[in-house]
Design a binder for this molecule. Structure first.
Ligand code: 0GY
Length: 295
């Protein structure tokens, strides 16, 4: 029994997702997903903003096989803080079929960075979403970049539309590594792709060829619910405009979703709606994530 109690109102992941109608091409990468705990082995961080249900590496790999993916990129979530042991354990259990994105602090030890690199960590995540992480001064982020850039790691940034304006200069200063934007910068999908907020994200991608984008989380962004029609135009726009700099993932086990728990089969069926040709699907699911994580 875990001593951690999942938050009231937090939903466990879908117990029996449907088989997607879409068959991912052989070698497809689910490039955004998480492992949680188990909490009695890998405790959740004292500073966490939520306590999830346990979602283990074995459960993730079973889902990977069921929905037809070949590989995972496992992203450290805030509930584990900068204790990356659950992530490293999952990478080590993956037989080379998972890579990772960690949470690093300026004082993370060289030994920990070495262990993570050997296990397959390829990036560090900066989380600017206020409900998930407390803001830090610029020096904090700069010190981390100094540590990870020499290792060949990249950055993953998670932010909300207001951050594009407030942190514009900072985001444009991130030139030392590739930078991958989580969940399309979380647009308000009632506003339209021509709205200045979404176009600001497009401008960031246009100006900075080292920027990439995850066309992920229709379930999180949709106001309409499954099958997430209202999110399609945003993801399709990015896939077509930046076809060599987009990646995709399930976001399993979908932390912090209060309205519904997505069926991962339905989430996977989002892919052919945003990448309509086999050529685009191959870039989104194989060529692009392989370039970032397996080269
Ligand atoms: C996601 C989204 C969320 C959570 C986290 O690190 C996290 O805790 O990223 C969220 O609540 O929007 O990408 O998993």
């Amino acid at each position: 029994m875990t001593k951690f109690q999942m938050d009231a109102g937090w939903r466990p992941f879908h117990p029996n997702p449907s088989k997607p109608k879409f068959r991912p091409p052989p070698g497809a990468v689910d490039a955004h997903c998480h492992v949680f705990g188990p909490g009695d082995v890998f405790p959740y961080a004292p500073e966490r903003k939520y306590t999830p249900c346990d979602a283990t590496a074995e459960q993730l790999f079973a889902l990977r096989d069921f929905i037809g993916f070949d590989k995972n990129v496992i992203v450290q979530a805030t509930c584990h803080g900068s204790d990356n042991r659950a992530l490293v354990d999952a990478l080590n259990k993956s037989n080379g079929r998972a890579k990772g994105v960690a949470t690093v602090r300026p004082d993370t030890s060289d030994a920990d960075l070495k262990e993570m690199t050997e296990a397959g960590v390829k990036g560090a995540r900066f989380n600017f979403v206020r409900r998930l992480a407390d803001p830090k001064p610029k020096d904090y982020y700069d010190a981390i970049i100094d540590r990870i850039a020499p290792l060949g790691w990249h950055l993953v940034i998670y932010f909300e539309p207001a951050d594009l304006y407030e942190r514009w200069d900072f985001f444009n200063s991130l030139t030392r590594t590739p930078v991958i934007i989580d969940h399309m910068g979380t647009p308000d999908v009632t506003k339209g792709v021509d709205h200045p907020d979404f176009q600001k994200l497009v401008e960031l991608m246009d100006k900075n060829p080292n920027y990439w984008c995850k066309t992920t989380c229709p379930d999180r962004l949709s106001k309409q619910g499954p099958p997430y029609d209202d999110v399609v135009p945003y993801a399709k726009y990015l896939v077509e405009r930046f076809s060599d700099r987009v990646i995709w993932g399930t976001d399993w086990p979908h932390p912090n979703l209060k309205t519904h728990m997505p069926d991962d089969g339905v989430v996977t069926d989002f892919v052919p709606r945003i990448a309509e040709t086999e050529a685009l699907q191959k870039k989104l699911l194989i060529d692009n994530p392989m370039r970032l994580y397996w080269s």
